[in-house]
Design a protein around this ligand. Sequence first.
Ligand code: LMR
Length: 329
Amino acid sequence: MKLMQLAGAVLALTLVTGAQAQQPIVIKFSHVVAEKTPKGQGALKFKELAEKLLPGKVQVQVFPSSQLFGDAKELEALLLGDVQIIAPSMSKFDRYTKKMQLFDLPFLFDDVAAIDRFQQSPPGRALLDSMTSKGIKGLGYWHNGMSQMSTNRPALRRPEDVKGLKFRIQPSDVLEAKARAVGINPQKMAFSEVYQALQTGVVDGQENSWSNIYSQKFHEVQKTIAVANSGVIDYMVITNAKWWDGLPADVRKGLQQAMDEATAYANKLANDFNEADRKRIAEAGKAKIQELSKDDIAVWRTAMAPVWKKFENDIGKDLIDAAFKANKK
Ligand code: LMR
């Protein structure tokens, strides 16, 4: 009897150990936007592909809408190992590298195609490794769209229409300087707090992509959205470099493949998403969409131009030139 019990215990232990050895690696992917956005869909595609390419080896858990971590915490959480993949917008990295401030320079890129050309160029690819000394590794670039300004005022055409208004901005010193250049009073604020801040009048305006404006319902609490295209909402998908380097080689390879395919998928969707959401905002009829003339744009551009000089040394003139050149087809 005792021998039987011992044999049973050994068998149970073997089963447990075997099961443990086969436990999938849990990968938490946290982001701050809704699921029906380019980033939301990209994250779900990454989960689908990673679990298909590495069956039983990985389990990807996606947490949208700041459910797991919001803007303020997600980078720290990544470095602490509490989350494995995040995809912050380019405006959220200035504590880790000044180079990424490039993407916030006003009117740097004409459109998302130019951003893509720059990101695929050698200096663009090099930025993916610009934070490795801080423990952050870039896995790819995901697009959202050009950013548009909105306010709770009926007129929004020229800088005088935003003078003295309070705007929510992303936590970026370049965006702060850009706002101040046209007389805006900027407030850095996490994405998850913006709707309420707009609704209650804590701030008068904000700047974001059509997709974010629509999915967060900002257009329901704003009066005018100006088609300024003065900036970009774009992402770097990042991971904890130490965690990544410690993965079994086959898992790392499969995850990179899943990421590359999810990247292509999300980036193909991005423009369509923004165009469709712009139409939905127009149809909803809550906020007026204000087209700007070439002359209007020129006035914004000139007012914001000093921001380039201010950050040129931090970012590097060569990098700015390389990015600007990507506008030429
Ligand atoms: C914002 O904070 O406005 C955006 O960066 C949110 C996002 O991730 O698209």
